[in-house]
Design a protein around this ligand. Structure first.
Ligand SMILES: N[C@@H](CCC(=O)N[C@@H](CS)C(=O)NCC(=O)O)C(=O)O
Length: 210
């Protein structure tokens, strides 16, 4: 039995949840709160979520969780193609969304949560500039593609959905980002992400960037 240690508003947890819901993979959830935090930190001292437990195996990092699901709990949606070069393209766009959309988006939201006088306007401006560059790259990549790495949904789309969802609320897309806006709409309509968003709905009021 799989157990996911997760928080309902965490974008990286959404990424793993999308993959689990894609294939209706059975799992149980341990919600990280003050009651479960010590148990969670003992499993993964860096205490970043999500973490998946599969029997004796502990798998941290959302991308590795998805790679693990693709290798050991395979379903109709494959998250990485068998072709090595195509798999590198998926991993590249997974990295783009984590490092250049999720990271600057988190910087902007973390800054909102900082106390007055402890904010970092310069760092936030840099994060916004990085996001705008990433948006331009995503827009170009989507030309002629249904999903970010091609015609098939993949791990990179699992990364794209939560990162873009939160990012555009905090740094809006430009009017020229037509393909990216349509792509985000397609992701929101995908049942795995629609379910993730629906389940997070009751918690949104707790989060300033949501
Ligand atoms: N590289 C990790 C990042 C995970 C991460 O940063 N998760 C955030 C929630 S979205 C977290 O654990 N925040 C709590 C903290 O930093 O203490 C991954 O890809 O899973």
């Amino acid at each position: 039995m799989l157990t996911l240690y997760a928080h309902p508003l965490s974008s990286y947890c959404w990424k793993a949840l999308i993959a689990l819901y894609e294939n209706e993979t059975p799992f149980s959830t341990v919600v990280i709160d003050q009651n479960t935090y010590a148990e969670f930190k003992a499993l993964w001292p860096l205490a970043k979520f999500p973490v998946l437990r599969d029997g004796e195996q502990i798998i941290p990092e959302a991308s590795l969780i998805i790679e693990h699901l693709d290798a050991h709990h395979r379903g109709r949606t494959r998250f990485l193609p068998d072709d090595a070069d195509a798999a590198i393209t998926v991993r590249l766009w997974d990295r783009v969304f984590d490092n250049y959309v999720m990271t600057p988006m988190s910087k902007i939201i973390a800054d909102i949560l900082r106390p007055e006088g402890k904010r970092d306007p310069h760092g936030v401006e840099e994060a916004r500039a990085l996001l705008r560059t990433a948006y331009d790259m995503i827009e170009a990549q989507l030309e002629g593609r249904v999903f970010i790495a091609g015609d098939a949904f993949s791990m990179a789309d699992c990364a794209a959905a939560p990162s873009l969802y939160y990012a555009v609320r905090n740094e809006p897309l430009a009017a020229s980002h037509v393909a990216t806006a349509a792509y985000l709409d397609r992701l929101k309509q995908r049942p795995s992400f629609a379910r993730t968003l629906e389940e997070a709905q009751p918690f949104f009021h707790l989060y300033p960037g949501a």
